[in-house]
Design a protein around this ligand. Sequence first.
Ligand code: HEM
Length: 457
Amino acid sequence: MTSPKNSALPPGPKRHWLLGTGIQQLKNPLGLLVRGQQKHGDIVFFHQHHGPTWLLSHPDHAQRVLADNATNYLSMMGDGPDPMLGRGLFASKGDFWLRQRRMVQPAFHRPRLARMVEGMVQDAQRAVERLAPLASTGEPVELLNQMRRLVISMLGTSIFSKDIYESQPLLRETINYFSQEIHSPHDSLLEALGGMLRLYRSRFKRFMKAVEDINTVFYGLIAERRQSSTPREDVLTMLIEARDTQGVAMTDTEVRDELVSLYVGGHESTSVALTWICYEVANHPEVQQRIREELATVLGGNPLTAESLQALHYTRAVVEETLRLRPPAWQFVRRAAKEDQLGSWTITPDTKVIISPYILHRHRDFWEEPERFIPERFLPERKEGRHRYAYLPFGAGQRQCVGNGYTLTLLTTALATLLQHYQLRLAPGYELVIMSGSTHRPRNGVLATLHPVPAAA
Ligand code: HEM
């Protein structure tokens, strides 16, 4: 049944006659959206700096934009190859994207994930060892940097069968440079734009050198692998051996581009997610205690395996609840190609739409006590009956995160292994400051103290 057409604009916040809501958007982009939804409801109109924009906050809208009519809602990426991402999954569109997606996705199928767990556990145990001297002093540890180090080694092991961050100094320098650029504290678009300007004026050369260095390392690894006779089961081998529907393999450039999307693109949100998880467990000692009880029952002091991971229901629920309250990817922006109908509202061509996981995940009609951290809501028996599009930490539809299942495995493995060895407490006097820039994250990281737990736990 179709509703009558409504050509008026949805309600929205007051705007400056010239600048629209641009100033508020620059100051606090997430705050502007949250207040808009609280005041005006599930469809809100904004005059943003990039043009007329609708915030859509009902899960049915997310389903319409991301899945049912996804071909009408285009990504905001430019058309040519991106200097860094090339034509990897993050940056490509249309038939080429579909070809690549079909070739990359099998590398993350369930049986392959199970085979990656052992390597992830070893990396997490190395992180436990790295943290030991810091834990013994009782000094506060900054967790975002530590978790980034851990995540990058886990990604290296899964993709290349080695911690290339450790073994390739050129890459280490480049990843550190990108992390600084992405993570310098732009918590508003204004600061981000300032950063970009500086980047393009005085740092353009540095950026291009980083791209060159990534190319040197990745093309080197691809060539080495093509010549190697040692059988490997990692993502790089999968990419090299993948064939499209015509039986054609990827070129070196195509493999390079996918490696950048997966390794460089994937590490950022995952490091932030793991840091949030540590923050939440440090902030909820009763949750931490319950995880430790589950670890003692299921693992009995032994290292995690792919099989035992399946039984860590509560630990996994903590990961999923953290991604609900603290989704690193806090908004997706799309552009409507043609007119579309959302209930009685008509979206005109070229309108931007925003779907915000942060807002969907705290929607009062779909979550009980949405502001509270309650991992139990993600226990298998409690998940039933939830609107599928009310929870979107990894997006939805055909552009859903290709690393979705992989990331949940990685995060649960890292959390379980860390908590087998340490109790986490927030450092005295630490205050959380949040920013929503390229990711939704703790602005200055998280300061915590680590306390060894007895070996049998
Ligand atoms: C907690 C960590 C992560 C979060 C929150 C996350 C979130 C997302 C989201 C929301 C999208 C879809 C964006 C959109 O529709 O506009 C996406 C896409 C993607 N993610 Fe992730 N991701 C994470 C980790 C990873 C990891 C570890 C990898 C690589 C192993 C990865 C690889 C990708 C790729 C390649 C795409 C593009 C997919 C496509 O367009 O076909 N992500 N991610």
